[in-house]
Design a binder for this molecule. Structure first.
Ligand code: BG6
Length: 504
């Protein structure tokens, strides 16, 4: 059998503890597309504890049998390990139960407690409970409150109870603080797992390994040698049926506050003294703390926002944002943003970080590019050709890998220079598909490892920064919202922020 290094790394020290996972919002998209398919892949890889059950909780009146059926369809459509082997599914499905109820109804939590008792007894889950909030965020406070009232919040000890809270975590600093406060009335910080699925991606975790397990990059990773950093999260998809949610969020809340700020932290943080939750998160929060706020008049100087109009993606005509289902008439929501920010600390003084993200761009590409400063003196003058700066590009997805652009001599008698690329690709080097982000994160939570989850202060610091931009955009005299055609790289105006965006 071919060796799978991703699995080796997981199986060496990682054993999940028996538990029952309760999914609030069990009839929704996230459960069918991501959560249950991830659990099945973990089961297939024999990383799921034998004592394991799932209780789905939702408002829709499904039976346990219907829940099982729908989940099987989801697994066969979306799981990395599809189609699921019947014996594996049968065993997994025996541990699935369903509770129908309103999220604020105490009687429903009595039914939940009874179901948990049954599943715990049947599946030997030792009374450990993992609650997953996969509902629209408006229900988070009542679910948390009712779990507390029903005596289900338990403790961090043994048996343990933990709660995973999906994004968006609040819609601004005040609401995030409020949600944190409510969650902390019922659970301890140790029990709370704020999920950001980007942290579960292999290539995102590899940012730290690449930086801190190699001797050659770290000495150059600072203002002395780095000219600037570009972080791009481009998507070619549009609303995908999520128009109503998106219209109330926009790209700043949907992608920047969480995923992009996390990529920024991992790129810019100092080496932690140990690879554990406290130390890693301490260093990440320091980065957020040092990000220079962009507020008031500065917003128009340091950011550009845009919104797609109709266009073509892969030869297919697609509608403009305002014609998407669920988008309110007169909406002012942005689907693109480009930001130039600075991190005011010793390492990054004066180095611009450029962030851009958009829906309906030319293609899907997530990348972090470190552009180094030019050589101090040009030795090869005349017509030898231009020397382009070195760029280290971490390709997060797709085509996962790392490349380093260098200048080389073109073969021949003349001294002629040309950029060349040294390329590492996950696909070719490891020959195996890495686990899905949710697989890794669910396992981590079952093991009580919160390193890849965000801490209270991180979430609040990220909102503090994003809040400056939001305030200006939502003010009475907001900066312009520039149109861009679907299938392009965003509004032309974004080029005013930077000498040259990378072509991806
Ligand atoms: C989600 C956003 O958090 O991330 C979506 O709500 C976005 O709008 C998605 O499409 C992108 O995730 P991924 O893993 O496809 O890059």
């Amino acid at each position: 059998m071919q060796k799978n290094p991703f699995r080796d790394a997981l199986s060496k020290e990682r054993v999940a503890e028996p538990c029952t996972m309760v999914i609030f919002g069990a009839t929704g998209d996230l459960t069918r597309r991501k959560l249950v398919p991830a659990l099945c892949s973990i089961a297939r890889d024999r990383l799921l504890p034998t004592g394991f059950g799932v209780v789905g909780f939702a408002r829709r009146n499904w039976s346990a049998a219907r829940f099982r059926e729908e989940m099987l369809a989801g697994v066969n459509e979306f799981s990395r390990s599809r189609p699921v082997v019947p014996a594996l599914w049968d065993d997994f499905a025996r541990g699935l139960d369903f509770v129908q109820g309103e999220f604020g109804d105490p009687a429903a939590y009595k039914r939940l407690a009874a179901s948990l008792e049954r599943v715990d007894a049947e599946r030997g889950t030792h009374g450990n409970h993992l609650f997953y909030l996969a509902t629209p965020p408006v229900h988070y406070p009542e679910i948390i409150r009712e779990l507390g009232r029903a005596g289900l919040a338990g403790s961090a000890g043994s048996p343990w109870s933990r709660i995973i809270i999906e994004k968006p975590f609040g819609r601004d600093l005040d609401s995030a603080r409020d949600l944190n406060a409510r969650a902390l009335e019922v659970f301890t910080e140790e029990q709370i797992y704020r999920i950001d699925h980007y942290l579960g991606k292999e290539t995102v975790q590899n940012i730290l390994v690449m930086r801190f397990a190699n001797g050659i990059f770290e000495p150059l990773w600072n203002q002395k040698y780095v000219d600037h950093v570009q972080i791009t999260v481009a998507e070619d998809i549009g609303m995908e049926g999520r128009g109503a949610y998106y219209d109330s969020a926009g790209i700043l809340r949907d992608m920047v506050q969480n995923h992009m700020m996390q990529l920024l932290c991992l790129t810019a943080m100092e080496p932690p003294v140990a690879f554990n939750a406290a130390e890693v998160r301490n260093e990440k929060v320091k980065v957020l703390h040092a990000v220079r706020p962009i507020e008031g008049d500065e917003v128009a100087r340091h950011s550009v926002r845009g919104r797609y109009t109709a266009g073509f993606i892969g030869g297919q005509e697609v509608p403009g944002y305002t014609d998407e289902k669920g988008v309110a008439p007169g909406s002012r929501t942005e689907t693109y943003v480009a930001i130039r920010l600075f991190i005011d600390n010793w390492r990054w003084e004066g180095v611009p970080f450029y962030l851009r993200s958009g829906k309906r761009l030319s293609k899907r590409a997530t990348e972090i590019a470190i552009q180094f400063k030019q050589v101090p003196h040009l030795l090869f003058g005349g017509d030898s050709g231009a020397i382009e700066p070195n760029v280290l590009a971490l390709r997060i997805q797709p085509d996962e890998g790392i490349s380093l652009k260098m200048t080389s001599k073109t073969p021949g008698t003349a001294v002629s220079l040309q950029p060349v690329v040294m390329d590492f690709r996950y696909g070719t080097s490891f020959g195996a598909e890495p686990p899905e982000a949710y697989e890794r994160l669910l396992l981590d939570c079952m093991m009580g490892d919160s390193t890849l989850f965000t801490r209270r202060d991180e979430v609040e610091e990220a909102w503090r920064f994003v809040g400056g931009l939001l305030d200006a955009w939502e003010s009475t005299a907001p900066p312009p919202l520039y149109p861009y055609e679907a299938g392009t790289w965003g509004p032309m105006e974004a080029s005013s922020l930077i000498h040259r965006w990378r072509r991806l």
